[in-house]
Design a protein around this ligand. Structure first.
Ligand code: CA
Ligand code: CA
Length: 299
């Protein structure tokens, strides 16, 4: 009997130690991709993005004119949200503050369901498709997401804000590399990101939003930069801004009427819109069921 026990141990031990090696390898992988920090209040993960200089704009020559003037930009290091902010995280904010979003105050949110609709009664709680707590929050205006960032900053003692366009594009392109999309390979397919539902889309089986982090991250360990939901940026939009942008830490024009959003979403018919360099803009009170955000923590 004892002999069998020894033989069994002899067989099992190597398997166990191999399993623990695999486990450690995964942890190591995670750290190699970037240092992850979690905010002490919501436990939201942030990846450290080392600062640097890069050529901002349409490096591939297939963008709109507002991204055509490729120009050098340098950004200081920052912590970028690993994921888009989720319904569950936004719910904590609303539960604690009683905050009313622009969609709730105005009584509608723009939705896409095959056509554009100003949908009465639609808001982040009910964007007219089903979401669980781990999906990215939508139907939030620029005003709403700035209020969220200010609340989290106050609660946690760290400084959170929306990324600037320059920071967002730098992070999407894995530290300013010459890649078109913010996916694990820099290419785009339904195995790599969530965009318009076609019914036979590989890993992308979502007609609307997917839980955050459903696809592999880009090289920095940041998820869903291309696709899932569009993401608000901090800057005012100016189609000619690239002609007059500062080189170091540009923050956009000092005034304007529309705020920038980036990255494409589940509702995009064209891959074009999921490119890191593409620039969209809406007024700060605009909200839609394909538009959300992620936060940045200043160093
Ligand atoms: Ca999809
Ligand atoms: Ca996104």
């Amino acid at each position: 009997m004892r002999k069998w026990l020894f033989i069994l141990l002899f067989l099992i031990l190597p398997v166990l130690s191999y399993a623990s090696m695999i486990n450690e390898w995964w942890l190591w992988e995670e750290e190699e991709r970037g240092q992850v920090w979690k905010d002490p209040y919501l436990g939201m993960g942030f990846v450290y993005v080392k600062g640097g200089c890069y050529e901002m704009g349409d490096l591939f020559g297939d963008g709109y004119s507002d991204e055509k003037l490729v120009h050098e930009v340098c950004v200081d290091g920052f912590w970028m949200g690993r994921y888009e902010v989720t319904v569950g995280q936004f719910r904590r904010f609303v539960a604690e503050t009683g905050y009313k979003t622009d969609a709730e105050k105005g009584g509608y949110c723009w939705i896409w369901d095959g056509e554009w609709k100003k949908k009465r009664g639609a808001n982040w709680r009910d964007p007219k498709f089903s979401q669980d707590e781990n999906h990215p929050v939508v139907c939030v205006s620029w005003n709403d997401v700035v209020a969220f960032a200010e609340w989290l900053s106050k609660k946690s003692g760290y400084s959170f804000r929306l990324p600037t366009e320059a920071e967002w594009e730098y992070a999407c392109r894995s530290g300013g590399k010459k890649v078109k999309y913010g996916t694990s390979t820099g290419d785009l397919s339904h195995d790599l990101a969530n965009y318009i539902y076609t019914g036979n889309g590989g890993r992308d089986r979502w007609e609307y939003t997917a839980p955050v982090g459903s696809f592999l991250p880009n090289e920095l360990g940041i998820y869903d930069m291309s696709g899932n939901v569009w993401e608000w940026c901090r800057d005012w939009y100016d189609k000619d801004y690239y002609r007059k942008s500062l080189r170091d830490n540009p923050k956009g024009p000092s005034t304007g009427s529309r705020r920038v959003y980036r990255g494409g979403s589940w509702a995009c018919f064209q891959q074009f819109f999921l490119r890191c360099a593409h620039r969209g803009s809406y007024s700060p009170e605009f909200r839609s069921n394909f538009l959300g955000f992620r936060l940045l923590r200043q160093k």
